[in-house]
Design a protein around this ligand. Structure first.
Ligand code: MTE
Ligand code: MO
Length: 320
């Protein structure tokens, strides 16, 4: 994982995504409806009637930072199933078919099963959350996600008292994910959270961004977003949610256990063995990523108030 010097075209004034402008013109529920993603979601009546934009209240959990332009969010990606270059996923991920899509929920739950994506989302109304995403490589973005709190979703399957962790799995389909024919990682990509992390109100099961269904390169049709952890925890294109008693294996920990731990909490005081984690570059701030001024990385990516309690008494340099 290296930061490449990357030339960005100068943004045209018309392309600059002003937070206020976006927040006023968003039509995210309509966007989702048009894309079909909302077909199974409990949509407000006004949306069903196809009339006007429903009033969107901004989540208290949202970041106040300036949004990263949508073009950057959808063109500068990490999704090794489609190549290891940042622009590979945007170029290659069109091969992924996301319809039909089913998700298996099993392990320590009273109601295991395999569900169509629509059925798994049906009882929920997606909300918009503006979150920072901080990649372990030293760059960050601010993205308006659409999603359902993971905890709300999990509760419906009635976790047993033995459920201590949640394991997630990405689709394994080498015919559509060319990266999976190469031994870059141990496929399929797997990730996990401790149960309290999974149930934390910040943890989102995302179905969209910028008011639209997730583009394939960002993890369509369903991905995790865990804003206080390094980006690699936010596993994409999920087909399995498995509740378990034991800490599950995670892809980057399997690949390089001394570099990537299970917890992966954003922490400016604990360096990656090969580089500092004290600062970050915000993607899209200037035309040239390499020259973008670096900002200080915040403990827990700025979400300490909501999450620090979960790690009280833990040595975060040991549980990195
Ligand atoms: N299945 C899968 N999920 C993944 C990855 C991946 O390679 N495969 N990359 C991770 C990493 S390292 C980051 S930083 C984020 C990037 O999300 P984005 O491309 O939507 O910004 O996705 C994460 N989820
Ligand atoms: Mo990342």
């Amino acid at each position: 994982m290296l930061i490449k010097t990357r030339r960005y075209p100068e943004p045209q004034p018309s392309e600059i995504t002003d937070r206020e402008v976006y927040l006023h013109r968003r039509r995210f529920l309509q966007g989702l409806a048009a894309s079909g993603v909302a077909a199974g979601l409990a949509a407000p009546v006004s949306l069903r009637a196809g009339s006007r934009s429903p009033d969107v209240t901004e989540s208290k959990l949202s970041s106040e930072d300036k949004l990263t332009p949508k073009d950057d969010v959808t063109s500068y990606c990490n999704f090794y199933e489609f190549g290891t270059g940042k622009d590979d996923p945007a170029r290659n991920a069109h091969t992924l078919t996301t319809k039909p899509w089913s998700v298996t929920v099993d392990g320590e739950v009273e109601k295991p099963g395999t569900y169509d994506l629509e059925d798994i989302l049906k009882p929920h109304t997606p909300e918009e959350r503006i979150y920072r995403l901080r990649c372990v490589e030293g760059w960050s973005m601010v993205i308006p996600w659409l999603g359902v709190p993971l905890g709300d979703l999990i509760k419906r399957f009635k976790p047993t008292s033995r459920a201590k962790y949640v394991a997630f799995e990405t689709l394994y389909r080498p015919s559509e994910m060319p990266g999976q024919t190469r031994a870059i990682l141990d496929w399929p990509y797997v990730e996990g959270l401790r149960m309290d992390e999974a149930m934390n109100p910040l943890t989102l099961m995302a179905v969209g961004l910028y008011g639209e269904a997730l583009p394939n390169q960002n993890g369509a049709p369903l991905r995790l977003v865990v804003p206080w952890k390094y980006g690699f925890k936010s596993i994409k294109s999920i087909v399995k949610i498995h509740l378990t008693e034991k800490e599950p294996p995670t892809s980057w920990n399997i690949a390089a256990p001394n570099e990537y731990g299970f917890y992966a909490n954003v922490n400016p005081n604990v360096d990656h063995p090969r580089w500092s984690q004290a600062k970050e570059r915000r993607i899209g701030e200037t035309g040239l990523l390499f020259f973008t001024e670096r900002r200080k990385t915040e403990m827990f990516n700025g979400y300490g108030e909501q999450v620090a309690d979960m790690y009280r008494g833990m040595d975060l340099s040991k549980y990195f």
